[in-house]
Write a protein that binds this ligand. Structure first.
Ligand code: GAL
Length: 337
């Protein structure tokens, strides 16, 4: 009996030592981050991906901790993304970063992460509040869509104040515009459309909508729509308001095919091709979130969760959950200022 007691005490000691040992091992020298993108071909998302890879290297250099990034493209399929998240978790990722395909359908991924105790950093496509409230290890990084839209509207308000004739090309006292919208289910499309136009109205620009359509953020879809509109409303369109740069560039493609060079086009994102268009005078203006800060916030938040360390002060979280990336107007040249 005594022997058995000593043996049990020995086992208990072994267990305690093992736990102590584990605690030591928890001082990680590497972290594994799984990242799933809704569609890798999306220009803005692709730009963020590039910055993320840079930020991971920078983090490694600064902190001496190896960062293993596993970046996957869900190619627009929520099922594929669910599988990717499942795989990240089974591979032992410390944290997963998700750019959800369907922001209304994040619950399966959340279930899986919660069960495994793996924190999730969502970005760019904001899950519904009900989902976000399910666990305190769910985060979101993005931009304030209303702010984006108001800044976009300001580009036009400022130009109209300076030179109404640069927008009201036929001098009839009204600026006739067409509107290119992103995916209908995306929080950014709805809010950007509403507040961009509201800002024009509030800023005293006399506007009239000719038509509008959904081009799902894509350059080729926007180009096709613009081509139709130019045919349907010849010599009428004076301004193109686009929910993002890629669709703005699609509209510009169509304008250039028709040899039209006096219609102003505004975008959002400040993507690499968007900035080129600004510089060569094809785009009137865009609104850009600082992509370094955007990717930096994703990287720092993911690493802090993986290492269970506090997030640096430069990334204050609203309600302990949301981080909003600041944005700025980038002006190009008006067509006829
Ligand atoms: C928006 C961005 C679009 C597109 C979309 C994808 O915020 O402006 O260009 O990237 O996100 O979710």
């Amino acid at each position: 009996m005594q022997g058995r007691k000593i043996f049990l005490m020995f086992l208990a000691c072994m267990a305690l030592t093992a736990c102590g040992g584990d605690r030591k091992e928890e001082e990680k020298t590497s972290i594994r981050i799984g990242i799933s993108l809704y569609r890798g071909e999306d220009t803005f998302i692709n730009n963020i991906r590039g910055e993320l890879e840079e930020k991971a290297k920078e983090y490694e250099r600064r902190n001496g901790i190896k960062v293993i990034l596993d970046i996957q493209d869900a190619k627009g399929s929520q099922n594929t993304q669910n599988d990717q998240v499942e795989r990240f978790i089974s591979l032992g990722c410390d944290v997963v970063c998700i750019n959800p395909v369907d922001r209304m359908d994040a619950s399966l991924m959340i279930d899986r992460a919660m069960t495994a105790g793996v924190p999730v950093v969502f970005f760019n496509r904001q899950p519904v509040e009900e989902d976000m409230n399910r666990w305190d290890q769910l985060y979101y990084i993005g931009v304030d869509a209303k702010e984006t839209a108001m800044l976009q509207g300001k580009i036009v308000v400022d130009l109209y104040g300076r030179d109404p004739g640069a927008l009201d090309l036929n001098g009839d006292g009204v600026v006739s515009y067409v509107l290119l919208e992103g995916e209908s289910s995306h929080q950014d499309s709805l809010i950007r459309t509403e507040w961009s136009i509201q800002t024009l109205k509030d800023g005293g620009v006399p506007i009239e909508k000719i038509t509008g359509g959904i081009a799902n953020w894509e350059r080729s879809q926007a180009s096709a729509l613009m081509e139709q509109w130019l045919l349907a409303y010849p010599d009428t369109i004076e301004l193109v308001v686009s929910n993002n740069d890629d669709m703005a560039l699609g509209a510009i493609d169509a304008l250039e095919r028709e040899g039209i060079d006096d219609i102003n086009v505004i975008g959002i994102d400040g993507t690499i091709p968007g900035m080129e268009a600004l510089e060569n005078g094809r785009l009137l203006g865009t609104v850009s979130a600082n992509k370094e800060v955007y990717a930096g916030a994703i990287m720092e938040l993911a690493a802090s969760r993986a290492l269970d360390e506090p997030l640096p002060d430069e990334y204050p979280l609203e309600d302990g959950t949301y981080y909003w990336v600041l944005q700025q107007i980038l002006n190009g040249e008006a067509k006829k200022d």
